[in-house]
Design a protein around this ligand. Structure first.
Ligand code: FMN
Length: 207
């Protein structure tokens, strides 16, 4: 892309706050991506330091950070609860843009998890309640039977959020914006802060 809309090219266009630029790029992605413009890859590490990565949907963000929802007993759930750190990347093919995030992780408050869970389609509520995410599933019928049992149990009632299902907030210490340039002359601009309540500093990087 590397045009005037990227906000990266000239030093005098550099926004002071990375969330403003993030929001602009996400809006461009919402308008142009075929599917899941809020999909991001989340990297975690296990207790041996072995990295792990998978895609989740970023469901909300504000100046505190970027939230996604998942099963806290899944592999990612266990890894993030222990290490309390994550890296994330958004890549929007239609825009030829990438945003990389590194930061600290904390669970969202119960009220926030409830609010999001209650907004989900009932089928998703049942499926996430029945899923022992990341555990071996010897026979798919086991999962289907568990969903049927929950549908019967909660017939005519709201499905309660299971205690093991909630959200994480990635609170960024570093956010890097990457914008495609002709002949690999990409623009890279990184916002860093050494702690969460510090001011952001920006650094431009060679492509
Ligand atoms: C487009 C896309 C969106 C996804 N969104 C989520 C999500 O929001 N939450 C989630 O738990 N898993 C999501 N998944 C599934 C994860 O990639 C992953 O398979 C699952 O969470 C188990 O990961 P784990 O074993 O590392 O915990 C998504 C997968 C794709 C391809």
């Amino acid at each position: 892309m590397n045009d005037e809309t990227s906000g990266l090219r000239n030093n005098d266009q550099t926004p002071e706050n990375p969330f403003v630029l993030f929001n602009e790029w996400l809006n461009l992605a919402v308008a142009s991506e075929l599917n899941d413009p809020s999909a991001m890859s989340i990297a975690s590490v296990d207790t041996q330091g072995m990295p792990n990565v998978r895609i989740v949907l970023m469901r909300r963000f504000d100046e505190r950070g970027f939230c996604f929802f998942t099963n806290f007993e899944s592999q990612k759930g266990e890894e993030l609860l222990v290490s309390k750190k994550a890296a994330a990347v958004f890549h929007w093919k239609s825009l030829r843009k990438q945003i990389r995030i590194r930061g600290e992780v904390e669970p969202v408050r119960d009220a926030e998890a409830d609010e999001y869970f209650n907004s989900r389609p009932r089928g998703s509520q049942i499926a996430s309640s029945a899923s022992k995410q990341s555990q071996p599933l010897p026979d798919r019928k086991e999962f289907e039977d568990a969903m049927k049992a929950l549908e019967a149990k909660y017939e005519g009632q709201d499905v309660p959020r299971p205690a093991h299902w909630s959200g994480f907030r990635i609170m960024p210490l570093s956010i890097e914006f990457w914008d495609d340039g002709e002949f690999r002359t990409h623009d890279r601009l990184r916002f860093d802060r050494d702690k969460l309540d510090a001011e952001w500093e920006t650094v431009r990087l060679y492509p």
